[in-house]
Design a protein around this ligand. Structure first.
Ligand code: ZN
Length: 405
């Protein structure tokens, strides 16, 4: 028996009669179902099998179907080597199974289309990753390249990254769509390598979709102004809803867009002020009752059905003799009165939502609070976040398309 015959199953046995693992223990089925994410192969299709032998990756089809005559009768016919770039493990020389059709005699290769484009050596998860990083860093190619190296062990050229982005059919596009003009803005804190960062997000209320997101290292009003200004260049700007942070207020005022406070956040803030005041001061029963009345009155303004009602309630707030002290002056004269418009815009225009619930729901769905608050955030979290966000957006688009028909 020649040594060639010993290698027979690898070279010429039919797949349906023998499995490679019957002869080579390293290729046993147990290794097929290990953590595919390790190779960035989560989306590998069922018919493509990834095996590993002494650290080297081998691809073959579960069922080899001849692309010429569609026959299922094929025999293994050697392998060829292909350089592929994977997430986490970087560049690898892989072997790909070749087959020979028993019916028409043509030689064909294992179908790798579920993991890589025909004329590329960069696998699809890497392309996804680059697209996601682009969403975070914008056009900063050197940052994308750096992040790929640091977080995913991938070294590819600027040119390759640029080509991927140019060929991307990804539709998170700042320019080609027209937005409704009604937006919500919010930010999400994430800790990356020990430093706080912020994901700024702008949401279109009517289109029910995220308009733009950006990772920044500061939440000051200048950064927010720049983000909003860039995101809404040449777009309708009717109103932006936010919570009460003064940085948001300054940025949106500078943008000269109608600004609306989220009713839920306003109520929460007012409740807290009253509670703190009650906790810190020994009040007479009478004064306590008056303050509770004042709070109820303010909430009535916030919950008014229409602008007239709100204005009447504001008038009565002036007329009624609520206790005058630094606490009530701060709330009534320095907040409710000067910001009356920001608190009641939704009554004037039904397109303006009274709360920021929609954008907060998105954040919560893709990024639950207990994770958000975790102090140490592992690497790759942000890319997972972006993936989820994309998924949410795509899903949302689909649902919208369904309902509009
Ligand atoms: Zn054939």
């Amino acid at each position: 028996m020649s040594s060639k015959n010993i290698k027979a199953p690898y070279e010429c046995m039919e797949l349906k009669e023998y499995k490679l693992s019957d002869f080579v223990p390293e290729f046993s089925e147990f290794r097929q179902f290990d953590d595919l994410s390790r190779f960035g192969c989560e989306n590998i299709e069922d018919n493509l099998i990834r095996l590993e032998k002494r650290g080297k990756i081998h691809f073959q089809n579960r069922v080899a179907i001849c692309p010429s005559c569609k026959s299922h009768h094929a025999v293994k016919n050697g392998v060829y080597e292909r350089k592929l770039i994977f997430l986490r493990i970087g560049e690898q020389i892989c072997t790909v199974q070749k087959y020979k059709c028993k019916k028409c005699g043509k030689v064909f290769y294992s179908d790798l289309s579920s993991i890589v484009y025909p004329n590329s050596n960069i696998t699809l998860p890497v392309i996804d990753c680059i697209e996601n990083l682009y969403q975070i860093y914008g056009a900063g190619l050197h940052k994308i390249r750096f992040d790929l190296k640091q977080q995913h062990n991938i070294e590819i050229s600027h040119q390759s990254i640029e080509n991927i982005l140019l060929n991307s059919n990804y539709e998170f596009n700042y320019e080609t769509r027209s937005y409704s003009g009604y937006y919500l803005f919010d930010s999400l804190w994430v800790k990356i390598n020990g430093e706080w960062n912020y994901i700024l997000a702008l949401f279109d209320v009517k289109l029910n979709t995220l308009v733009s997101i950006k990772l920044v290292d500061s939440e000051d009003s200048k950064t927010i102004y720049q983000f909003l200004n860039e995101s809404l260049r040449n777009q309708e700007k009717k109103s932006i809803g936010t919570d009460l942070k003064h940085e948001y207020r300054e940025a949106i005022d500078k943008l000269k867009v109608k600004h609306h406070f989220c009713k839920f956040h306003v109520k929460q803030a007012i409740n807290k002020r009253f509670k703190d005041y009650f906790d810190k001061n020994q009040l007479k029963e009478e004064e306590f009752e008056e303050l509770i009345d004042l709070k109820k009155h303010i909430f009535k303004i916030l919950d008014a059905e229409n602008l007239n009602d709100a204005k009447n309630l504001r008038k009565r707030l002036f007329e009624r003799k609520f206790p005058q002290n630094t606490f009530t002056i701060k709330i009534v004269d320095k907040f409710i009165i000067p910001y009356f418009q920001k608190l009641t815009n939704h009554l004037e225009n039904k397109n303006i939502p009274s709360t920021n619930n929609k954008i907060e729901n998105i954040f919560q769905k893709i990024f639950p609070k207990h994770i958000k608050r975790t102090m140490k955030i592992e690497q790759g979290l942000l890319s997972r976040f972006m993936l989820k966000l994309n998924y949410w957006n795509i899903k949302n688009e689909k649902e919208k398309n369904h309902t509009s028909f």
